[in-house]
Design a protein around this ligand. Sequence first.
Ligand SMILES: [Zn+2]
Length: 222
Amino acid sequence: MEIIPNIHLITGPIVNCYLIVEPDGLTLIDTGIASYEKKILETIASLGRSIHDLKYILLTHSDADHVGSLAALKAASGAKVCTSAIEAEAIEAGFPSREPRFNAFGKFVARMMSGLFKFEPCKVDQILTPGMDLPILDRLWVVPSPGHTPGHISFYSAAAKTLFAGDSLRSSRDELVCSNGPVTWDEGEALASMRLQAGMRPRIVCVGHGKVVKNAVGKFPQ
Ligand SMILES: [Zn+2]
């Protein structure tokens, strides 16, 4: 589904990915769980483009619901895989970059669902650092957003006034919610990241979980 010109939402039962479509190539932000690659390949084909047009795969963080299809998509496309140094180390090892702080019941549920959340390690080609920009949507800025995980990053296009927030934010009833709870590495850091993002006054916030939030100014938590 095209959210605004050139930015497509690819959604499934668990998580959202975003495809940026430009004449000189495609960029995927996060890859979904293992098996999402089929849906991503179908979306690319439906736009009349080839998987070989995929130039960049940008990753917000090393959780299996965001990097599950990474290895398959990199193998199919040869795209350049980019993320922060901390998340890259975890992605190359095939683990999340922090231990969730689950209670006994949470640990039980996580064990039951572990098959869903395993992922194949993948080599990262480029380390992204805060403040650098990529030649996507004019300039796509790398925004540090630690909190959900220690090396979490998000991406901001000033031209499209769009923030790709990964799991630093989620949405509920058209309001943004800061990452919190046992899967959050540090809630204080998450709040500080959210304030930085709110200060950019994005018009559109593309979250990992929940619906895309439009007219987002004023929908950040106070
Ligand atoms: Zn996550």
